[in-house]
Design a protein around this ligand. Structure first.
Ligand code: PLP
Length: 456
């Protein structure tokens, strides 16, 4: 018989873990209480998300480990929600950045450096697209790419999947209703325009719905991750990604693939691993080893169409056109991306990271099996995530429907109080080149104990 969770027991254990968290972190609690001049008491409001009522304050971080100001060291499987997938402060990236900004000098000058072409060529080798432009975040890379998609297709709407996340891109913070209308996702802060004007949103893994949405003829691009990763991992069903490619071409829409998280699938992301064929490719976070970086890649065809608009006078990408950012493509960011791709996130580090993610997944699955829990665990390369549903959700709405805040907080806190951190946003664990088998075993032990305490 499948075990159900006793909610009174869960709440009482959660209270115990909250008390323990407060006891163990007096200095973090004190710094949080003193932060009277920060909006939401944190430098960026997401940082308030940690279970336990206040965030751990960072003292230092190297490789796969973080030490807080109370002197506790943690195995970090959150890795800055993927931005630190290269490990914290990788030496090669630090050396290159120091050389660039200290020895040579020049952090941001609005002048190109030699690193840029090296990086462009490497991105082409990995992801296939021939031409690249840079941003400082994946959000910005997506925003710019969406403008270009609208320009070259002359169409207004972006097709996204319910519960996708592509940064704070207005078009993507949207939900599709069964009647075909699009509304702002609950919680979206003051959307600038009604998303019904900018977006069509359907369920992931539903090609018929994609086809119906495209049939309106007003979609400039489909914007998607190869697997949803921001509402748990929702893997594509066989044929889904190929179907998107075919339908996009059939209906004159572009296919934009955002691999900011799914680079976990391999050094060339799912695009290389699964043979995807995007018209525009977006990635950010990990490629700069933690230094702000983002980029989008374009096909020659799209670049030529943009160029046509610029000569004809209907678009200006060099001055007023809205595709830019003063600090984008800066010398420091490009030095960081080059060093990270050349020396840290190299082709050969994926296989051992994937092996570790597999061990992590097996550890979680063994607990699910032992206690016959109605949960599942999904892996995408170096990234793995458990969800409180079995079978695993097959689209964003199904995944959203099974979120369980109390259970999630209990498991996160139980782990954090015993030196293991997973992402605060859901139940994701990511491996970096410095993660070890012992780190993974520690998670398995702590997670087993957390579940045994709850249902054993
Ligand atoms: C798939 C995807 N795209 C884009 C972004 C935005 O990245 P950033 O916050 O660095 O702009 C995220 C962030 O989680 C993401 O998961």
């Amino acid at each position: 018989m499948t075990i159900s969770i006793d909610r009174d027991r869960l709440n009482s254990l959660l209270d115990d873990e909250r008390r323990l968290y407060i006891e163990r972190h007096p200095r973090s609690a004190e710094l949080f209480a003193e932060a009277d001049h920060l909006f939401g008491r944190v430098p960026m409001t997401w940082m308030a998300k940690w279970a336990g009522g206040f965030p751990l304050y960072l003292d230092r971080a190297h490789g796969a480990h973080i030490t807080d100001v109370d002197g506790h060291t943690y195995i970090d499987f959150a890795l800055g929600d993927t931005a630190a997938m290269a490990g914290h402060s990788p030496k090669a990236t630090i050396d290159a950045v120091q050389q660039r900004i200290g020895t040579l000098g020049g952090i941001t000058t609005m002048l190109p450096t030699q690193d840029a072409e090296w990086v462009g060529e490497e991105l082409t080798r990995r992801f296939g697209l021939p031409l690249w432009s840079f941003a400082l975040t994946a959000t910005d890379a997506n925003r710019w790419a969406i403008r270009l998609a609208r320009l070259v297709t002359g169409k207004q709407k972006i097709l996204v999947f319910n519960y996708c996340y592509h940064g704070s891109v207005d078009e993507a913070v949207a939900l599709g209703l069964p009647d075909g209308r699009t509304v702002a996702r609950p919680g979206s802060v003051a959307p600038p325009v009604d998303p019904d004007l900018t977006t069509r949103a359907v369920e992931f893994n539903d090609l018929a719905a994609v086809e119906r949405a495209l049939a309106h003829g007003d979609v400039a691009a489909i914007l998607t991750e190869p697997a949803l990763t921001n509402i748990g991992i929702v893997l594509p069903e066989p044929g889904f990604m190929e179907g998107l490619r075919k339908l996009a071409t059939l209906h004159g829409a572009l296919l934009m693939i955002d691999e900011t998280h799914t680079i976990s699938a391999g050094p060339g992301g799912a695009t290389a691993a699964w043979g995807l064929e995007p018209d525009i490719f977006i990635i950010g976070k990990s490629i700069g080893g933690g230094i702000p970086s983002g980029t989008y890649g374009l096909s020659h065809e799209i670049a030529n169409m943009v160029a046509w608009h610029t000569t004809e006078g209907s678009a200006d990408i060099i001055d007023v056109g809205g595709v830019g950012g003063t600090l984008a493509g800066n010398a420091m960011s490009l030095a960081a991306i080059r060093a990270t791709l050349e020396h840290v996130l190299t082709d050969d580090v994926w296989a051992p990271m994937i092996d570790l993610a597999t061990k992590f997944t097996e550890g979680v699955q063994a607990v699910i099996d032992t206690y016959d829990l109605p949960w599942s665990v999904s892996q995408l390369g170096t990234r793995t995530e458990y969800r409180f549903a079995n079978p695993a959700p097959r689209n964003g709405s199904e995944a959203a429907a099974v979120s369980d805040d109390e259970l999630e907080q209990y498991l996160h806190l139980f782990c954090a109080n015993r030196g293991v951190i997973i992402t605060p946003f859901h139940n994701m664990a990511l491996m970096c080149p410095d993660t070890t088998a012992a780190d993974v075993q520690r998670h398995t032990d702590v997670f087993t104990e957390a579940v045994r305490t709850l249902v054993g």
